[in-house]
Design a binder for this molecule. Structure first.
Ligand SMILES: *[C@@H]1O[C@H](CO)[C@@H](O)[C@H](O)[C@H]1NC(C)=O
Ligand SMILES: *[C@@H]1O[C@H](CO)[C@@H](O)[C@H](O)[C@H]1NC(C)=O
Length: 416
């Protein structure tokens, strides 16, 4: 009997607390904003909504610049929230706006594209499109940014400026970020933030570093031509397969003998095609990432389809800011300083034109460890990471606007 009374009493306290959470963010000080956003994003209804969105995107993966349904889903959700947006930006991209419509402007970015690979994970929400898969977590990134949009919209009155939500196409080699920048939608933005899920860190942990974080990268395709003939009579043919094999080996000399050993570089030949029949020496061999050596070869750097990515370099002041805000949310011991990685991110295109910061948010726990690497057909997302991403995004933006208001009140740029 008395136990029941206690239960209902506690329940009332709990309800009071949660309404206080959503009513005012800043009354208790800036440091309270990140944990409050996290608590809101972990609410059951909020979490279930995010999981539902992530699974819908996961089931229908779309490649770069083909994110038609994903983009539609994003727009529908923004409309439901009452968030205004511009579309199309950079083919399938969507750019949303929350806040005063006035300066300062801060941007948050998510990528929407999937990879051309077959999902090998057997689960209820497996990719329904043969040969396409969200194997890099972009389904989670898009969901997290929608989560942030909802948190921000619910606290719109407290935003001291405007948050620009960038749902970009084609991160995987297509340079969607470059097209977003070229579209001019970010010209007055003072800072941009991006997040990536990682299987290398525990749930609720974050990592990043100041300065160079990720490598620059470029692609090329080489076509090596020889002369076809019977496999048993090589003396009458010029074998491009043997030539290409030599080229692939020789390419590694670029890194070991041409580059400064203290300068980190990687050359990988990721695709090698040639030949049609076992007993035939083919007329041509196509290799991706190759260099010229013997035979005739044409090399195409694919600048139109796959622009060179600059390195991802984190702004120093924004990095300190990230450590502070993530520390307020998760505790400073849950931030890990990372070594630079040789992967590339087209987030770097934003950082060329404005200060930007990129970081990683962990998703491992006992139930999800070890987890397959990104770009593996066995890649999985621990959906419990979604509230962390949504709350980090929303906190970074809200705090950035509050901080710019308090640190530089004279900051006045044009209205959007
Ligand atoms: C290489 O190109 C030259 C000039 O076009 C041509 O004469 C020659 O036959 C080519 N060799 C091979 C192996 O394709
Ligand atoms: C973040 O900065 C604020 C204001 O300087 C400070 O009160 C707070 O303790 C900092 N948080 C962390 C985790 O460093």
């Amino acid at each position: 009997m008395s136990l029941c009374k206690w239960v209902s009493f506690l329940l009332i306290i709990h309800l009071l607390n949660s309404s206080q959470i959503s009513s005012s963010l800043i009354s208790n000080g800036f440091s309270q904003i990140p944990p409050k956003f996290l608590a809101l994003a972990k609410r059951n209804d909020f979490y279930d909504w995010m999981v539902g969105i992530r699974r819908r995107i996961h089931e229908n993966p779309e490649l770069g610049y083909e994110e038609v349904e994903t983009s539609k889903l994003v727009r529908t959700e923004l409309e439901k929230m009452g968030v205004s947006y511009k579309y199309p930006v950079a083919v399938t991209g969507v750019v949303g706006y929350v806040g005063t419509g006035q300066a300062p402007f801060v941007a948050l970015r998510a990528d929407m594209d999937a990879l051309p690979m077959q999902e090998m994970v057997e689960w209820e929400h497996k990719s329904k499109v043969p040969g396409k898969m969200h194997a890099c977590g972009h389904d989670a990134h898009t969901t997290m940014l929608l989560g942030a949009a909802k948190l921000l919209k619910e606290h719109q009155d407290e935003l001291q400026g405007t948050v620009i939500l960038v749902f970009q196409p084609a991160e995987e080699g297509g340079g969607g970020a470059k097209k977003i920048v070229e579209a001019g939608v970010l010209k007055d933005v003072s800072a941009i933030f991006g997040l990536h899920v990682t299987n290398q860190l525990g749930l609720g942990l974050v990592s990043s570093r100041e300065g160079p974080l990720l490598a620059g990268s470029g692609f090329f395709e080489a076509k090596i031509s020889g002369k076809g003939g019977h496999a048993a009579l090589p003396q009458h043919a010029i074998d491009p397969i043997l030539a290409a094999s030599n080229i692939i080996v020789t390419l590694q000399h670029l890194v070991s003998r041409e580059a400064d050993p203290l300068d980190s570089q990687v050359v990988t030949v990721a695709k090698f095609e040639g030949g049609g029949a076992f007993n035939l020496i083919p007329d041509s061999v196509i290799t991706r990432q190759a260099s010229v050596h013997m035979c005739n070869a044409t090399v195409d750097f694919l600048q139109e389809e796959k622009p060179f990515f600059p390195p991802t370099v984190n702004d120093k002041a924004l990095h300190m800011f990230f450590k502070n805000v993530s520390g307020d949310m998760l505790g400073t011991k849950n931030y890990f300083e990372m070594q630079p990685l040789m992967g590339a991110e087209d987030f770097s295109f934003y950082q060329v034109s404005m200060p930007g910061h990129f970081s990683f948010v962990g998703m491992q726990n006992e139930a999800h460890s070890p987890m397959a690497s990104p770009h593996s057909p066995y890649f999985e997302v621990n959906e419990e990471v979604l509230p962390y991403g949504a709350a980090l995004h929303a906190s970074m933006a809200t705090r950035y606007l509050l901080d710019s208001k308090t640190s530089s009140p004279s900051n006045s740029k044009d209205e959007l």
